[in-house]
Design a protein around this ligand. Structure first.
Ligand SMILES: C[C@@H](O)[C@H](NC(=O)OP(=O)(O)OC[C@H]1O[C@@H](n2cnc3c(N)ncnc32)[C@H](O)[C@@H]1O)C(=O)O
Ligand SMILES: Nc1ncnc2c1ncn2[C@@H]1O[C@H](COP(=O)(O)OP(=O)(O)OP(=O)(O)O)[C@@H](O)[C@H]1O
Ligand SMILES: [Fe+2]
Length: 545
């Protein structure tokens, strides 16, 4: 089977032929390079109109040259997300070619294509995907017929954030490769570091980077530190997603994935965690029609074609909207990687308390006495040592303080018996019998919603209230792991806490709605209505900018 793929969501006019017999992927691309500034939607669309016919002709000619000339079985095209004027040009071209060859049309989600190309090339069964592209940044995991968004940028895409900084210093588009080159001669300076559960944001770090540059910090140092912070954030949230879902494979997608330092960090994190990692070669990372043709072929084989009359493009097409028709019955979930490993060999637990020996995303937690656990934030080899030391120290201090303050606000948490900041270690009361994720009920989630509202009333956010950061088995669920918490009275920060809880439920459960509704009703019973209103705004934000 041979599929013609057509791509043109923003800057790259591209056509490809995927031959499923040989697995060969022929790609022909023509990049739009703005004279000044960033991508102008109108100019980009003009580029598509000019360049697409040529790249499509070249791809079709390649198919003609083959042993079996002319045999194209379908035309797959990027249906979204992307710039509307560009997508319309791509859609028109795809319909015209499909019509003239009398073959079916396949409408491909560009973001899912960035993920599936890594899955296809690696042969991984069920990976988490970090997509690090220009207009997007998110973590996807497959669950029950859909790709779920486990975490994503709360403002701009990662490439666009970097490109905005390079525009500020007067460098031409695209900025990512220039930052990578300049970083080779740079030294570390402190910048903001913002992760919220598995979500993250770039606006603070980007304005700080511009300020440092304006203050006279050498541009090489700013570039080096930008990479160290931004890519450590992406690596950290990837590890959090692996820990939450229990998956043991990670693939990378998107144009920023061409960056050596990002790939190095992901390789190091996965090796330290014992997880398989795969990054496709650069021609499949940056925008390209090869990934559209490859996913198009899988969709075609599943009968997932679209009639011309229904083939409208969608500039805001989210990956979690796509019914995943081409994956068979999912492999049984491997189970969380942080389940006890040597429970039996551990002694000293009192009746009712199972000894613990776990590795979360950040820390190891082990039973050290009848009713005590030691939580140690282990050094992360992927992070710059200065950033690593700062994060482990500040999170340990914050966690100890906020656990205490939360309890005073009426929210059950473990007692803190000892704090050793230089070693990033806490001795905590052993609480609960299992994580909420393992024994989730709507009633328990409702109580967690109410606990979050109590925290917020006391001016605290948890920062990472996933279903693995709640312990159950006693009277009321207990909140643990306050390392990403902080003091704030902002409605937006409070709404983010509920968003993170909801995302962890939606990312891992087959029928999440009753649980999410329970979380909100628990919150509503104690907290401010404003917060739930803001939650709707957060959920409704189109983040493809
Ligand atoms: C919707 C679609 O149009 C969009 N595509 C896109 O953003 O192009 P992509 O090829 O995936 O990524 C381009 C980005 O990738 C960055 N980039 C390229 N090489 C880089 C490098 N060596 N280091 C860092 N960033 C790099 C560029 O600066 C640019 O921001 C997307 O996937 O979000
Ligand atoms: N006080 C405690 N009592 C009982 N179990 C605990 C306690 N603290 C942690 N655990 C167990 O250890 C696991 C990891 O702990 P924790 O979430 O604090 O670490 P982490 O590395 O920050 O995790 P992540 O960042 O992945 O959420 C928890 O999911 C829980 O099962
Ligand atoms: Fe892309």
């Amino acid at each position: 089977m041979r599929v013609l793929g057509i791509e043109g969501t923003a800057w790259c006019a591209s056509a490809a032929i995927h031959d499923t017999e040989t697995d060969e992927v022929f790609i022909e691309s023509n990049a739009y390079e703005p004279d000044s500034g960033g991508i102008h939607p109108r100019e980009a669309a003009e580029h598509m109109s000019e360049a697409l016919p040529e790249v499509i002709d070249t791809a079709l000619a390649h198919a003609e040259d083959d042993a079996d000339p002319g045999g194209i079985d379908a035309v797959a095209f990027s249906r979204g997300p992307g710039l509307g004027p560009c997508l319309r040009t791509v859609g028109t071209a795809a319909r015209a070619v499909a019509g003239s060859l009398s073959v079916p049309l396949v409408g491909v989600n560009h973001m899912v294509a960035h993920l599936e190309i890594g899955r296809h090339r690696s042969g991984f069964e069920d990976p988490i995907c970090l997509n690090a592209s220009g207009a997007n940044a998110h973590l996807l995991g497959y669950h029950d017929g859909r790709y779920r968004v486990l975490g994503e940028t709360m403002d701009t895409g990662v490439g666009n954030a970097i490109d905005k900084f390079t525009r500020h210093v007067g460098w031409s588009h695209p900025g990512g490769p220039k930052v990578e080159r300049a970083a080779a001669d740079g030294e570390y300076v402190d910048l903001p570091y913002v992760v919220k559960g598995m979500d993250f944001s770039f606006s603070g770090i980007m304005s700080a980077a511009k300020d440092r540059y304006d203050e006279g910090v050498p541009v090489e140092d700013v570039c080096f530190s930008l990479q160290e912070h931004v890519f450590a954030m992406l690596t950290e949230v990837s590890e959090r997603a692996l820990s939450l879902t229990g998956n043991d494979q990670l693939v990378l997608g998107g144009g920023v994935g061409q960056n050596d330092r990002l790939r190095e960090m992901l390789v190091t994190m996965c090796a330290q965690r014992g997880v398989d990692f795969y990054a496709p070669e650069p021609r499949f990372l940056r925008d390209n029609a090869g990934m559209i043709a490859v996913l198009g072929a899988r969709m075609l084989a599943a009968g997932d074609t679209v009639p011309i009359a229904e083939s409208a493009i969608d500039p805001n097409y989210r990956p979690d909207q796509v019914p995943v028709t081409w994956r068979g019955t999912p492999a049984p979930s491997p189970g969380p990687t942080d389940t006890p490993t040597n429970a039996e060999s551990n002694t000293g637990a009192t009746a009712g308390l199972t000894p613990i020996d776990r590795r979360g995303a950040e820390a190891t937690v082990e039973t050290v006495a009848d009713d005590r656990v030691r939580k140690r934030r282990v050094p992360k080899d992927y992070r710059h040592p200065a950033l690593d030391a700062t994060l482990r120290r500040t999170r340990t201090t914050l966690e100890a303080r906020l656990l205490h303050e939360a309890r005073r606000a009426g929210v059950p948490t473990p007692l803190v018996h000892d704090v050793d900041v230089p070693n990033a270690t806490l001795i905590l009361q052993h609480v609960g019998t299992t994580d909420l994720a393992d024994e989730i009920t709507p009633d328990r989630v409702r109580e967690v919603g109410a606990h979050l509202a109590r925290l917020h009333r006391a001016g605290i956010v948890h920062g990472d209230p996933t279903t693995r950061n709640v312990r159950v088995g006693g009277d009321s669920p207990l909140l643990i792991d306050f390392g990403l918490g902080y003091h704030t009275g902002h409605v937006e920060d409070h709404a983010m806490d509920i968003h993170i809880l909801a995302q962890s439920i939606q990312g891992t459960m087959t029928d999440p709605d009753p649980f999410v509704a329970a979380a909100e009703s628990g919150y509503a019973a104690v907290g401010d209505a404003d917060v739930l209103d803001r939650l709707r705004t957060i959920e409704g934000r189109g983040r493809y900018r």
